[in-house]
Design a protein around this ligand. Structure first.
Ligand SMILES: Nc1ncnc2c1ncn2[C@@H]1O[C@H](COP(=O)(O)OP(=O)(O)OP(=O)(O)O)[C@@H](O)[C@H]1O
Ligand SMILES: [Mg+2]
Length: 228
């Protein structure tokens, strides 16, 4: 299946001084295009590490990660950056918006490295903001937004370039339950509308309720893989 993710015997070891942490050990996982999947597990179990490897912002020690039929573990730094920009959108726990840019400009930033989309920038950005219901706020700065609104900007920024995969590391951790459901509803809608693959890490039962599949990690290993 071409546009899926195949993770083959992936191991990730962090070394700090003489200390080694086996963050992920011999992970095998197949994720199909359009899945809505949650990575769960206790603190330190390897959730963020797994998302960072799929997102090409960290490198494996061994194993293969095949995304859309390309083994990303074989790409060099420059190729990885290009791959990431084209295929992957990120949503973070603390939103990671650029404070000196407006809502519009934060979303636009994600398109800066896509010259082929240049002529259509304005439509793409306003459409992405409409999709998350904050088109009226496009001139505001992040400091003028609530947490839920900031996270919607982050989702618009992740989706504006129509990526194959959105990776969301604890996207609801800084939101109350009403905003958290709101954000999950938006992501679910985007998943259904664009067939974008969504992979979340979470501690939050609300997020797990939305997920169609939950992969549990413990001490760097998969202990359970449940499809609802
Ligand atoms: N850059 C790093 N250098 C050294 N060790 C790291 C690094 N990043 C993560 N680790 C270690 O790797 C293990 C897995 O960390 P990871 O951040 O993936 O866990 P997590 O499941 O996301 O935890 P949390 O729920 O607290 O976010 C932990 O033992 C952590 O201390
Ligand atoms: Mg984490």
């Amino acid at each position: 299946m071409p546009e899926g993710i195949k993770i083959r015997q992936v191991t990730k070891i962090y070394k700090t001084g003489s200390i080694e942490v086996n963050a992920l050990i011999d992970i095998f996982l197949n994720i199909k295009k359009g899945e809505f999947i949650s990575i769960a597990g206790p603190s330190g179990s390897g959730k963020t590490t797994l998302l960072n490897l799929i997102g090409c912002i960290d490198e494996v020690n061994s194993g293969e990660i095949i995304i859309d039929e390309r083994d990303v573990t074989k790409l060099n730094g420059n190729q990885l950056a290009l791959f990431r920009n084209k295929y992957i959108g990120f949503v973070f726990q603390d939103f990671n918006l650029i404070p000196v840019l407006t809502v519009y400009e934060n979303v636009e930033f994600s398109l800066a490295i896509h010259p082929e989309l240049k002529n259509n920038h304005k439509n793409l950005i306003m459409n992405a903001l409409e999709n998350v219901g904050i088109e009226d706020l496009y001139k505001r700065f992040p400091r003028e937004l609530s947490g839920g609104q900031k996270q919607r900007v982050a989702i618009a920024r992740a989706l504006v370039k129509n990526p194959l995969i959105v990776l969301a590391d604890e996207p609801t951790a800084n939101l109350d339950s009403k905003n958290a459901s709101n954000i999950m509803d938006i992501m679910k809608r985007m998943n259904e509308k664009y067939e974008t693959t969504f992979i979340f890490s979470t501690h939050d039962n609300l997020v797990m309720d939305y997920a169609k599949r939950i992969v549990y990690l413990r001490d760097g290993k998969i202990t359970e893989d449940t499809v609802k």
